[in-house]
Design a protein around this ligand. Structure first.
Ligand code: DGT
Ligand code: CA
Ligand code: CA
Ligand code: ZN
Length: 589
């Protein structure tokens, strides 16, 4: 994730700089102690529970583990001024294309340094050329196979060069939208485009504003913090590039045009085409400026059909209001015409998450901190499903540690019960699906409140993956399958499997399927949920949280569930604790 910068930096921004310094030093081949000091420093800041500004102001950075004078000085500068000449010089001392090579899967600092030292490779283009010339295969420690892998990774990167994850777009768009909303010349404003439709990946951000004074709004927009450069600036529209590389477009219209422009620029293009056809079929013309009587393309105010809100446009075209998430021409017209659109789930319907990690495996926070956060957010329950032992790289739990964890969870729950609170942590495991079954015996799984089964090391064979997943679903102790297809958005495709066959097995066995709400996954994809629902499979929207700020993934995941046409009744974790516990018992009965 990247950073929209202000004056001084907050702790996550400072942590990002420290970790980048560590990486740059590794690229320079600096000694490992020094580079590790920066990476460790970054990790410690990320986990800080006190405000970093306070530590700096009170001159207490030295209390942090491994924070010598050099590190203290750098952090202080970043917090107070937001800049660090050392960092700028360090960046300038390396070829600018070098850090980008680290984003290629499989290339770490050591390998990138060798590619640079031995072959002078300092850009993606040179690396690609060297692969094609078979030079990489000849380099010691690389070989044919890794050369092919590098080429594949470059192609993948390029394909997604100008695509961004929803969360990265939201992080930039939200403050700008807030800021526009507060401007005195702004009458109405909204995001539009794929962001408003809650697409999992976004090309560019679109803003729409209505105003009597477009010039002042445009001038204000291009001056927003976070704007890196201005691509185009006209009388009623502007395009900018934000820090982190996302493009944002703004259009300013008259307020009478606002609902029409909002519908048009929200799209999708496919949805818009059908809308326009429906207008024509009713002797009307629909465009970005309005809905007009007659068969000619026009902007004539005398012919305008007045609509105050988007909703009225849909009414004029003989349909119920279609929420933006459904505007993909995926059946919304037939449903809206017959008033058969589902009442979509709201994120506030969710009562907790059933797949999450703690510092017992690869999560950052303690059980106590997790419980406190979930309780504070007004949730009813939160399951702790740390990794099982096969995920050793994620510090997976063996049976003994799992048993210790059950006691620790019980202790946390006791403290809530003692206060008269009904909030509960649930025990659980994200148990690995291995070649020949699950990583824990049934007798262990039977003792857990929640069991999520996940395939972390898939086979290259679709049949084999499908077989393993179906076998997991058939286990009566497995409540749900986690991140079913294993995709990582903009990084890695889904592994091969027969999704419909797994859905059918889940329907037959009463196994739920997770909608993994991590913005890196959104797995199962929204396009597949209607099929899942028709087969009778229930959804669980899970944060797969590894730290407290992942709790807000609930909102992201609910948006994706909306895109998948899901209602409150389709989603298990909208149930209250009692009903959930009953549902959890059902498969085992
Ligand atoms: P993106 O940015 O690639 O993630 O996707 P969108 O949907 O945000 O597309 P964008 O930013 O190019 O345009 C925003 C909306 O404007 C789009 O969803 C529909 C509307 N629009 C843009 N160009 C056209 C067009 O040529 N025909 C129609 N019917 N609508 C268009
Ligand atoms: Ca867009
Ligand atoms: Ca756009
Ligand atoms: Zn997992």
């Amino acid at each position: 994730m990247f950073v929209c910068s202000g004056m001084g930096m907050d702790k996550d921004e400072v942590a990002a700089v420290l970790s980048e310094i560590g990486t740059l030093l590794e690229l320079k081949g600096e000694n490992p102690f020094k580079t590790r000091a920066y990476h460790n420093g970054a990790r410690i800041l990320e986990g800080l529970t006190e405000p970093l500004e306070k530590l700096v102001a009170k001159n207490r950075l030295g209390e942090l583990k491994g924070f010598g004078e050099a590190l203290q000085d750098k952090v202080t500068r970043l917090v107070t001024t937001g800049t660090l000449p050392y960092f700028d010089e360090l960046k300038a001392s390396l070829p600018p294309g070098l850090p980008a090579l680290l984003e290629i899967q499989g290339l770490g600092p050591k390998k990138v340094k060798r590619l640079y030292d031995e072959l002078g490779i300092d850009s993606m283009e040179k690396l690609e050329a060297a692969c094609h010339a078979q030079t990489i295969a000849g380099l010691e420690g690389f070989g044919e196979k890794s050369q092919a892998k590098i080429l594949e990774a470059i192609a993948f990167k390029r394909q997604f060069a100008s695509r961004h994850r929803l969360i990265d777009a939201l992080v930039c768009a939200d403050p700008i939208l807030e800021s526009l909303r507060g401007h005195p010349d702004v009458t109405r404003c909204s995001t539009a485009g794929s962001l408003r439709r809650w697409k999992e990946v976004i090309g560019d951000i679109d803003f729409l504003v209505s105003s009597k004074n477009p010039a002042s709004v445009i001038a204000f927009f291009v001056e927003q913090p976070g704007v890196k450069s201005v691509l185009a600036q006209g009388e009623t529209k502007a395009s900018v590039i934000l820090e982190g590389g996302i493009q944002a477009d703004l259009r300013v219209v008259a307020d009478v045009e606002f609902p029409f422009a909002l519908a048009y620029f929200t799209g999708s293009k496919e949805h818009n085409i059908v809308m326009r056809q429906r207008a024509i079929a009713r002797g009307l013309r629909l465009n970005e400026y309005g809905l007009f009587r007659g068969s000619e393309e026009t902007r004539d105010p005398a012919l305008r059909v007045t609509c105050q809100e988007e909703r009225e446009i849909f009414e004029q075209l003989g349909m119920a209001y279609v929420p933006p998430e459904l505007r993909e021409d995926h059946g919304e017209f037939a449903a809206a015409e017959s008033n058969a659109l589902p009442r979509l789930i709201e994120w506030t319907d969710l009562r907790g998450s059933l797949h999450n990690h703690s510092n017992w495996s690869d999560g950052r926070d303690s059980l106590e901190a997790i419980a406190a956060e979930a309780h504070e957010l007004g949730l009813d329950y939160w399951a702790i499903t740390d990794h099982s032992r096969a995920s050793f790289q994620a510090n997976g739990l063996d049976v003994r540690r799992l048993e210790d964890q059950l006691q620790a969870v019980a202790a946390v729950n006791q403290s809530y019960a003692a206060e008269g609170s009904e909030f509960r942590l649930l025990t659980g495991s994200e148990v690995d699906i291995l070649k020949d079954g699950l990583d824990f015996d049934d007798s262990i799984l039977a003792r857990l409140d929640v069991v999520v089964a996940s395939l972390h090391v898939p086979s290259s064979d679709a049949l084999e993956n499908t077989r393993r997943l179906i076998q997991a679903a058939e286990n009566r102790y497995v409540h749900m399958l986690g991140h079913l297809t294993g995709r990582l958005l903009l990084e890695r495709n889904a592994y091969k499997l027969d999704v419909p066959a797994v859905l059918k097995a889940c329907a037959a066995t009463g196994t739920w399927i997770e909608l993994n709400a991590s913005p890196y996954r959104f797995d199962l994809d929204w396009r597949l949920w209607r099929q899942a629902k028709e087969l009778g499979v229930k959804c669980v929207i899970n944060c797969d949280a590894h730290r407290l700020d992942h709790f807000n993934f609930l909102r992201l995941g609910a948006g994706i569930a909306r895109k998948g046409w899901l209602t409150q009744a389709d989603v298990i974790n909208t149930k209250n604790l009692k009903d959930l516990q009953q549902a959890l018992r059902q498969k085992r009965a």
